[in-house]
Design a protein around this ligand. Structure first.
Ligand code: CP
Length: 316
């Protein structure tokens, strides 16, 4: 996509499957629209921008934030929602393929928001869709709208999206939120400090692609001390359901923990972010500290998804 394009808008009638399909200009457009949506969200007005439009919410994997913030976003813009949160209640339990389900749902809704446990499954179903499709997380692959509201949160908290050193901590192998955010930060030329146990390193091909395609500085380490001076520390949970060896999960589940001790040593401007849900990696004792930004971050999911829905369905 070209940045700064004229006409109905860069996301209009497009699929959103990966953060990598967006350039800096388009992301800036989405974040600007998100600011406008934040005002609508805070004023609790209902502008009916998407009245008469239907969003299908199709979740083949558990979700709280993504599914319900998308649904809240659609309702706040006057649209309607159909869908499912339990695939066992659908004909996929009888063996219907994702492609067939997408083909059918395209006749029932104006936009499909899909989460699926298999990386690449949503991209694979694109040819069956006759309405725009949004990837709400595909296995260990991508979670583009998560990255968009992560960027929005960083901009709100730090006042900028450039010249940052962000520490990505923990399960860098399986975390789709991490994978999307790494690219989103790279698009803005930021430095990354990747902190993980040896077994959970970011795939080498992804690190090489980030370095080669964006020319950014990447440091890899296994000590949380390397995050102490970061501008932001992004720490998702260890992705238990994606470990083939549950003993290995138990070994690393609490490998890194953000607690008051860490916060006392960290820089006074170091903020803590997480896509949530949390398990053991952030001690609740940190929740009330001013640099604990993860609950503010989660709330931004609504206005950013309002922006995405509005820009895809209605344009600028
Ligand atoms: N961050 C995120 O994707 O949360 P959910 O799994 O609850 O949607």
């Amino acid at each position: 996509m070209e940045s700064g394009s004229k006409g109905p808008g860069s996301l209009f009638n497009r699929n959103l499957v990966s953060i990598k399909q967006l350039d800096k200009g388009v992301i800036e457009e989405i974040l600007a629209e998100s600011e406008r949506m934040l005002e609508i969200y805070k004023s609790n007005s209902r502008p009916n921008l998407l009245a008469g439009r239907i969003m299908a919410s199709m979740f083949f994997e558990p979700s709280t934030r993504t599914r319900l913030s998308f649904e809240s976003a659609m309702h706040r813009l006057g649209g309607s929602v159909i869908g499912f949160a339990d695939p066992l209640s659908t004909s996929s339990a009888k063996g219907e393929t994702l492609s067939d389900t997408v083909r059918i749902m395209s006749a029932y809704a104006d936009i499909l928001v899909i989460r699926h446990p298999t990386e690449g499954a949503i991209t694979g179903a694109l040819d069956s869709a006759s309405v725009p499709l949004v990837n709400a997380g595909d296995g260990t692959g991508q979670h583009p709208t998560q990255a968009l509201y992560d960027l929005f949160a960083i901009k709100k908290e730090k006042g900028r999206l450039t010249n940052l050193n962000v520490a990505l901590v923990g399960d860098l192998k399986h975390g789709r939120a991490i994978h999307s955010l790494a690219y989103a930060l790279a698009i803005f030329g930021n430095s990354l400090t990747l902190i993980s146990p040896q077994s959970l390193k970011m795939p080498a091909s992804m690190v090489a692609d980030l370095e080669r395609s964006y020319g950014i500085r990447i440091i890899q380490h296994d000590s949380l001390d390397q995050a102490l001076n970061a501008d932001a520390v992004y720490i998702p949970r260890m992705q238990k359901e994606r470990f083939s060896d549950q003993k290995e999960y138990e070994r690393v589940a609490a490998y890194y923990v953000i607690d008051k001790r860490f916060m006392a040593m960290a820089g006074s401007d170091t903020i803590i972010l997480s896509p949530l849900p949390r398990t053991m990696e952030i001690n609740p004792e940190v929740d009330t500290m001013k640099n604990a930004a993860y609950f503010r971050q989660a709330a931004y999911g609504v206005p950013v998804r309002m922006a995405v829905l509005k820009m895809i369905l209605k344009g600028r």
